[in-house]
Each structure stands twice: as C-alpha cells, then as structure tokens.
Design a protein around this ligand. Structure first.
Ligand SMILES: *Cc1c(COP(=O)(O)O)cnc(C)c1O
Length: 390
C-alpha cells in the first residue's frame, strides 16, 4: 500500500455489524410505520432497551448521530461559557479536542497517569489554574472503566462541569458493570469500530432531567415539544434506520460480547506473563473493548514495519497524541511526558471478533520475538520520574 507493503493478511480491525437478514424485520417495521427520522418508534425502543442494558431510567439516555456531536452538545448543555478552557487529556482520540472546539471552548491538554492512561482526579484537583478552567472532559481510554464518583466529587467541590468521554466504554457501563454513571454526563460511541457498533451513532447518559432537556433541545434545532427554538441548536438526531441496526445489534449482543471476550482471553493468556509487552491498563478484566493497544518495550516504528512484513496489521489508534495534530498546535498545554512516552510506544494489534486462537498465537509469537530483540523495557510509574530521566 502507501509504504510499499501488501495489505496485511491479518488486518488490525475488521468490524462486523448485524447482517442484512437480522436487520430486515426492523426495516419492515419502518416501512409499515412510514416514520423515518425525528424520534420514531424504533429510536424510542432502542433508547429504552439501551437504558435497561445500562441500568438507568429510559429518560436518562439520549441517542445522537455520533459521540463527537454528543460531546460538544454535552459541553453546551453544561453551560460552559464560550472561550473558556476545557481541560482534556492529550492521550485521546482527536474527536475529544474537536468536540471542545465545536462547543466554542479552548482545549487545554493535560498529561495522563502512567498507570491508567487517563487523567488523574487528584492531579486535576491539585492544579493551581482551576479558576481558568470552564470544563473538564475526561476520557476512559480504550473503554477502561473510570471511577465516576471521584470525578463527580471533584465537580461538586470545584463547581467545574465534568463530561465523561466514555466513547469505547459501552460494556464497562452495563448494569452491574465496573463503571457506574453518576452525576456527570457520560457519552458512549456506537461507531462501527467500537464494541457495540451500529455504523454511526452515539448515546448520552445523564440522570439530571433538566440537563437532559437542554441536551435534547440542542440536538433537535432547539425544539422540544414545540416548533419554537428556545436555544440555537443543531441537528444531532439518530435516524430510524440507524435505530433498526441498533435493535438488531442488541438482539445479538450476548453473542457479540462472548466473541470479544474470547479474543481478549486469548491475548491476555498469551501476553499475561510477558515482561516486555504490557496490555493496556485493565485489559482482560470484566469489561471488553474493540481495540487492543499494547505498550511496546522500545519505540515502535521499525517493529511495526516488521509486523507488517509478517502479515500483521497494526495501528497507533491515538497516533502521536491529540496535541500533535496541526489543528491543535496552538492550544495551551501542560508538560506531557507520559503522553509523549505512550505515543512513541503504544501499538494497536489486530483485534476483531472473528479472529482465531491460531491467529492470536501467531501474532503474539511474532510480537514477542520482535520485542525480545529490543532493550529492556522502561516502565513509567510517575510523570516526575519520567521527567527526571528525559
Ligand atoms: C471513538 C471515539 C470518539 C468518537 O466517537 P464517534 O461516535 O465516532 O463520534 C470520541 N472519543 C473517543 C475517546 C473515541 O474513542
């Protein structure tokens, strides 16, 4: 391809959504209803079934066209004044910063904790510039559950709205799962590359009825129950066709989840005792993700090229870090040694539901051989320690 390699025999991702047969009965309902958009019956049903899945009231879930728009509207619904700073982790997908900008805010990049790859609430609480921060956008990295209670406590204490970008945390949020939605709104992505993919889609979880009303208005031209725009809204609604895919995907979810779990287990077992290749924080626990990122013992580019030559596709899902994108070059930032470290070493390995145990064993074998040739791996523990050796 672009670099002269053939397409890898084992791609890094190969999404599989419900097939046409599974979606057809729902499409036929749409035909019968003559209702195609604007909060239809399938949309309503998907919303309440997802609420049951997450163990919240149906009114606590709002479906949107995608998670990026939902994040931007969540910041607006939290009434953060335009022009203020929005604290975000530098170690995230570029959509997080895009959403802050879309909401009229200035992304301010903070570093993540090396043990969790996420913002640390204690480190944020200890900042001296809290008065300048209008909102905090916290990211659950690669679907890892966050302790929402700590963020809710920080938000209550400081008065700074917190929005949680849990784009990949569909499963961690399940009823009885390891991540409980609290008072801060939580946004989930239903994009094709996420664990519960429906093509394009997003969901907002919030138990605050007034806040939710603002969000619903903002996502529907400013309308709610009338055709009078009370706020300058946009259109972030999910269509009935997308809801149809969502309902079919929910029907199949137990089987889908079992598939993700099986692949996670194969990788976790193959790499569990490896001192050189570390799985992303929490991976292999009681939640599943649709990506597998590992911490490589050395800076990765030659090894990624070698993996490609062996037919193994890789992707650095978050590239060089969000702060390195030209669009955000002018954004304020803290020193980012942990993010820069992760950006140089984190590699996404092939991870999709139809992979075989043999493929996982092959990939881990090649990866371990390559990783074994590098220098002994440094293991960052604290940003301060990293800075001292930088
Ligand atoms: C996938 C992802 C998004 C974007 O979700 P969309 O539904 O594609 O808009 C935002 N943030 C993070 C951390 C993601 O992983």
């Amino acid at each position: 391809m672009a670099r002269g390699f053939a397409a890898p025999a084992i791609p890094v991702a190969r999404p599989r959504l419900p097939d046409a047969r599974a979606i057809l009965p729902y499409l036929q309902e749409i035909d019968a209803n003559h209702w195609y958009a604007n909060h239809g019956l399938l949309w309503l049903r998907l919303q309440s079934r997802l609420a049951a899945h997450w163990g919240v009231a149906p009114e606590a879930v709002a479906l949107t066209a995608n998670a990026t728009l939902a994040l931007a509207l969540a910041l607006r619904a939290s009434r953060v004044a335009p022009g203020r700073k929005c604290l975000i982790p530098a170690w995230t997908f570029v959509a997080t910063a895009g959403a802050a900008r879309e909401a009229g805010l200035v992304p301010h990049f903070a570093d993540v904790d090396p043990a969790t790859w996420a913002l640390d609430p204690d480190a944020v609480a200890a900042r001296e510039d809290l008065a300048e921060i209008g909102a905090i956008l916290v990211v659950a990295p690669f679907g890892m559950p966050l302790d929402t209670a700590r963020w809710d406590a920080l938000s209550a204490r400081t008065g700074i709205p917190v929005v949680i970008d849990a784009a990949a945390a569909f499963d961690a949020l399940r009823a009885g799962g390891p991540m409980r939605p609290g008072s801060s709104p939580v946004i989930v992505s239903l994009h094709a590359t996420k664990a519960f993919g429906i093509g394009e889609g997003g969901a907002v979880l919030s138990q605050d009825a007034e806040w939710m009303e603002r969000l619903r208005r903002l996502s529907n031209f400013g309308f709610l129950g009338s055709r009078e725009a009370m706020v300058a809204g946009t259109n972030a609604k999910m269509s009935e066709y997308t809801a149809a895919i969502g309902l079919a995907a929910l029907d199949a979810w137990p089987e889908t989840r079992a598939g993700w779990q099986a692949i996670s287990r194969h990788y976790a077992e193959a790499l569990a005792d490896d001192a050189r290749i570390a799985l992303s924080p929490g991976f292999g626990g009681d939640w599943i993700s649709a990506t597998l990122s590992v911490l490589w013992p050395a800076e990765g580019p030659e090894d990624a090229a070698e993996l490609a030559r062996e037919g193994i596709g890789t992707l650095r899902w978050w590239g060089d870090g969000c702060h390195r994108h030209p669009a955000y070059a002018d954004c304020p930032r803290d020193p980012l040694p942990v993010t820069d470290f992760l950006a140089r070493r984190v590699i996404g390995l092939p991870f999709w539901r139809d992979m075989t145990a043999t493929q996982v064993a092959y990939i881990c074998g090649v990866a371990q051989r390559l990783a074994g040739q590098g220098a002994a791996p440094p293991r960052p523990r604290r940003a301060a320690a990293l800075r001292a050796t930088a």
